[in-house]
Design a protein around this ligand. Structure first.
Ligand SMILES: NC(=O)c1ccc[n+]([C@@H]2O[C@H](COP(=O)([O-])OP(=O)(O)OC[C@H]3O[C@@H](n4cnc5c(N)ncnc54)[C@H](O)[C@@H]3O)[C@@H](O)[C@H]2O)c1
Length: 281
C-alpha cells in the first residue's frame, strides 16, 4: 500500500516508521525545511534500537529506504491512504484536507491523527466524507499498541473496516469510537490526571506519593503527574479545555494548579520543570 504522512513531528515520524516497518511505501512531508532530516535521523535511530533488541528482523536501511521525504505537500501525489499529523489547529488542517482532496485518488482514505478536533468537522473539508476517518495513534508510535479509530457521522462503514484492518496489519490493536470529545482515551484520562492534581493542590499528598499510589496500588505503568509532565502540561490543559467546553462539566475543568504552572512556563519534561525537575534533559 502507498501511504502519505503529512507532518514529520513527534507523531508523523513515528507513524511513517510503523508503516514502513510493515512493508508499506511511505511518502513523508513537512512544511518546515529542517523537520524532514531530523525526522529521518530520528527514525533511523529508532530502527537501530529495535534491531539491536531483535524486535525487528529486517535491516533498518531497507525499512528506511521505503520512506521518501518530500518538501512540498503537493509532491505527495497518489496514495492509498493519507494520514495527517500536523499542528493541532483546525484552520490548518481544513486547508490541508481541501488541498489533498484535490489530487487524492477517489478510492483513497483520508485520515487525521487529531487528539481533540471533531472528525465530523474535519470531514467537511473533503467532497466525499465517506472516505474520511480519525486514526489516533499514541506516543511513542512504534511502542504504543493502541490506535483509536474514529468514525464520523458520514464515514463509510467500509472505510472503518479498511482502517481497522490496516491498523491490525501494523501490529496495532484498534478500537473504534464515535466522534465524541476526547474519543475514549482522553475522556477517561483527563479526569484521572485532574484528580491527581487536585490531591496535590489540596495537600493530600506529595507528587511522589500520588504517583507511587497509582503505580503500586492501581497498577498504572506511570503515575498521573509524571504522565502529565511527559505529555506536556500545556497539551493536557488544552485537552481539558476542549472537553470542558464541549461537555460543560466540572470534571474536565483544568484545576488552578495546572493553570498556574502552564501560565508560568512550567510545561513538564520539555521545559525541564513540571510536577518534577528534569535537570538538563
Ligand atoms: N504528541 C502526542 O502525544 C500526540 C498523540 C496523539 C495525537 N497527537 C496529534 O498529532 C498531531 C501532531 O502532533 P505532534 O505532537 O506530532 O506535533 P509536532 O508539533 O511535533 O509536529 C507537527 C509537525 O507538523 C508540521 N506542520 C504543521 N503544519 C503543516 C502543514 N500545513 N503541512 C505540513 N506540515 C505541517 C510542523 O512543521 C511540525 O513538524 C496533532 O494533531 C496532535 O493533536 C499528538
Amino acid at each position: 500500500m502507498k501511504v502519505a504522512v503529512i507532518g514529520a513531528g513527534t507523531m508523523g515520524r513515528g507513524i511513517a516508521q510503523v508503516f514502513a516497518q510493515s512493508g508499506h511505501e511511505v511518502v513523508l512531508t513537512d512544511m518546515k525545511a529542517d523537520a524532514l532530516p531530523v525526522a529521518m535521523k530520528n527514525i533511523e535511530n529508532s530502527l537501530d534500537r529495535l534491531k539491536k533488541k531483535s524486535i525487528i528482523a529486517e535491516n533498518p536501511g531497507e525499512i528506511l529506504s521505503r520512506i521518501r521525504p518530500v518538501k512540498q505537500v503537493d509532491e505527495i501525489g497518489q496514495n492509498d491512504l493519507y494520514v495527517e499529523a500536523i499542528f493541532e489547529k483546525l484552520s490548518a488542517k481544513m486547508e490541508l484536507f481541501r488541498s489533498i482532496d484535490r489530487f487524492a485518488p477517489k478510492t483513497s482514505i483520508i485520515a487525521s491523527n487529531t487528539s481533540s478536533i471533531s472528525i465530523n468537522i474535519l470531514s467537511t473539508a473533503v467532497k466525499a466524507p465517506g472516505r474520511f476517518i480519525g486514526m489516533h495513534f499514541f506516543n511513542p508510535v512504534p511502542v504504543m499498541k493502541l490506535v483509536e479509530i474514529i468514525k464520523a457521522e458520514r464515514t463509510d462503514p467500509a472505510t472503518v473496516e479498511s482502517v481497522v484492518s490496516i491498523a491490525r496489519g501494523l501490529g496495532k490493536e484498534p478500537v473504534t469510537s464515535k466522534d465524541f470529545p476526547g474519543f475514549i482515551s482522553n475522556r477517561i484520562l483527563m479526569p484521572i490526571l485532574k484528580e491527581a492534581m487536585l490531591c496535590l493542590q489540596e495537600g493530600v499528598a506529595n507528587a511522589q506519593d500520588i504517583d507511587r499510589t497509582a503505580k503500586l496500588g492501581l497498577n498504572h505503568p506511570m503515575g498521573p503527574l509524571e504522565l502529565s509532565d511527559f505529555i506536556g502540561l500545556d497539551v493536557v490543559m488544552d485537552i481539558m479545555e476542549v472537553l470542558y467546553s464541549e461537555f460543560g462539566e466540572e470534571r474536565f475543568k483544568p484545576p488552578i494548579i495546572l493553570r498556574n504552572m502552564v501560565n508560568s512556563g512550567m510545561l513538564g519534561r520539555k521545559t525541564g520543570v513540571g510536577f518534577y525537575h528534569y535537570g538538563d534533559e
